[in-house]
Each structure stands twice: as C-alpha cells, then as structure tokens.
Design a binder for this molecule. Structure first.
Ligand SMILES: [Zn+2]
Length: 351
C-alpha cells in the first residue's frame, strides 16, 4: 500500500513534468531517472515480458531483441491479446515522404540492404509511405530544407548486445518517425547473408514507422490484419530466420495506417534546351493542389534528395547551365488539399 502510494505520487509528478517543464528546475535529474526507470521496468513486466528478457542498457531497457524503452519515457500501453496480429505503437508518422540518412561508415552490404529495404516499403502499392535517401543538412536559401528524419548507423556509439542484430526507435508524439536504426556489426548468433540483412532492415524500418512485433502482445492490434501470420516480417526474434519481406498481413497493416492519399505524378519528363534552360512537365494528378520538386544533391560528399521547389501547375522550368546538367536528377510528388503527399516519381531525362 505504501509502495503503491509512493508510485502514485511519482506518477503524478511525472504527469506534471510532461506539461510544465519550466516549473521544476530544482528537481535532481539523477534521482528522477532512478525512480522513473523502476516504473518503466514494472510497466514492461506488466506488458507481459519476462524479466529475463529485459536487458538493462544504461539509459534504456532492451526487450524482445530490439524494442527499446527509454528509462525517462513512459512505456506504451497494450491490450493483453496474445494472438499474433499486426501491431502498432502509440504514434504514427504524420507525413508520407520520409528522408533517411545512411551513415557513410556503414559497411556496403548494410548500405545496400538499407536501400533495398527502403525500396521494398516504397514498392508496396497500397500505402503512401515513401522513404528517400538524403543526408542534406545545409539550410538551402530557398527555405526548403529537408533534413533526414531516420538515421541508419552502426551501434558503435551505443553498443547493443551481441545477440541483437539491430535496434530501432518508434515514432514520437510530434509525428516524426523513429529517429534511428542502430545496426550491430558484431552480431554473432548466425552468419548473415545479404537476404537476412535486407529482411532485417525491412523489419527495423517498420519499427520506425510504428509497427511493433506481430508475435508479441506489445502494441495495439491493427484492425483487418490476420489472426495469425507466421510470414510477417515484423515477427520478433527472427533475425536469423526471416525469409521474406512484407507479408499480405503486413501490407494490410501499412495500407490501413498509411493509406494511399493521392497518386504519384506520371509521365514526368525533363528537357534541356542544350543551352541553359531546364523544363519539366508531368501529367496533372486528380486532386492535386500543388507539386513538390526534389533535386538530387551534387555537392562533394553529399548524397540524396532535397525539396527544392513547390509549384501549383504541372510544369516547371529553371536555369541550368549545360555544364551542370550531367547527373542532375529530379523527382516530383503531388500534394492534395489535406497536405497528403504522394510517392515520388523520378523524371525521364531527355538529354
Ligand atoms: Zn523488432
């Protein structure tokens, strides 16, 4: 009784903490972390995880191979239905086109796996999710900055246990995707093939998009998904055994949470006049209020795409000197009245 009263007081305190951070400057951070960490641990156990499966990693608990619970955050609630079903966490990403940075220090096989996994999510035709590669931080003077939102990196700065292949974060209350995927280059329970890297990256990016493990009770069941799905790429504990990408049930899950809002532009053509003018045209998309034009980055040491301009018509032209056109690339998306953005379509280059 005394203990639960104490917990209640701590919980009330944290409820206050979350809404009025400027009034509690005198609280000592270290004791806060300890109390909160105990609460988080209890709640993880309440979610149905066994204590032996919970690893204390210092600033967070690692559960079920690759689910992380921050000691300073609140674990997400779940129902207690143990039937395998596609599951989601509390928050969704509030936009469709998501920039991903692949750390240059990653081995090439993991870079390839990440790019292939991004393409796999993008190729799912029933949802609007589109992941594109970028590492562009430079605040472009037109004001259209598009920073990477998910960073894919090794675990060297924050090591994972050798039995954990990777760890990802979930989306946050501000509508952003999970901000990073850490890959364990010392993972040793099995020999990794490129296919396993690929399937595991699909899985980890799925966490960044809100998906929990299909085969555990953590998270909320997504309506319309099957009652059992041994093929789900989001099953946990499968780092060495995954053998396919998104299952039919996984596709239902992502199509349900991130439905296709507006179709992507088609027939995107880029012409160059051979002198210094670039012109782009594409077919108008029904329901489009505007179009976003993305350019690839042509600076040394930079890769990826950034949002360059927005247009309300289905054409665009700009000055582009002939000497710069080689390797110049563009993609176009359509945006509807609600701000939903389509997937990206890359131009055909007529030069
Ligand atoms: Zn996982």
């Amino acid at each position: 009784m005394k203990k639960s009263k104490f917990l209640l007081i701590v919980m009330v305190f944290f409820a206050m903490f979350s809404c009025s951070t400027d009034t509690i400057e005198t609280v000592e951070e270290s004791s806060v972390l300890e109390d909160q960490s105990e609460l988080v641990l209890k709640e993880i156990i309440n979610l149905g995880f066994s204590e032996k499966d919970i690893l204390d990693m210092g600033s967070y608990f690692l559960v079920g191979d690759d689910i992380m619970f921050s000691k300073t955050g609140r674990p997400q609630r779940t129902d207690d239905n143990m039937t395998p079903k596609q599951r989601r966490t509390t928050y969704l990403v509030d936009h469709n086109t998501i920039g991903v940075r692949i750390d240059p220090s990653l081995p090439s096989n993991w870079k390839t796996a990440t790019r292939d996994a991004m393409n796999h999510w993008n190729a799912n035709s029933g949802s609007s999710i589109f992941l594109y590669e970028t590492d562009y931080y430079w605040p472009y003077n037109g004001g259209f900055l598009f920073n990477p939102e998910i960073e894919v990196m090794s675990d060297s700065s924050d090591p994972l246990p050798s039995s954990t292949i990777a760890a990802a974060e979930f989306p946050t209350s501000d509508g952003m995707p999970g901000y990073r995927v850490r890959i364990n280059l010392d993972f040793n329970p099995c020999t990794l093939t490129n296919n396993l890297r690929f399937y595991n990256m699909i899985h980890e990016l799925g966490h960044c998009l809100t998906f929990a493990h299909t085969n555990t009770s953590f998270g909320t069941h997504i309506a319309g998904t099957p009652t059992s799905d041994s093929n789900s790429v989001m099953n946990g504990g499968t780092a060495c055994t995954l053998s396919s990408g998104l299952s039919t049930g996984d596709r239902t899950a992502v199509d349900t949470l991130y439905p296709l809002g507006i179709t992507a532009p088609t027939n995107v053509q880029a012409y160059h006049d051979g002198d210094e003018e670039l012109t782009m045209t594409w077919n108008a998309v029904p329901g489009a209020m505007s179009y976003k034009i993305y350019n690839n980055i042509k600076e040394t040491g930079k890769t990826g795409w950034y949002h360059y301009r927005t247009r309300t018509s289905n054409s665009y032209s700009r000055e582009l000197k002939r000497k710069f056109r080689s390797g110049y690339k563009m993609m176009v998306t359509a945006v509807d009245a609600n701000g939903n953005e389509s997937k990206m379509t890359e131009a055909n280059y007529n030069w």
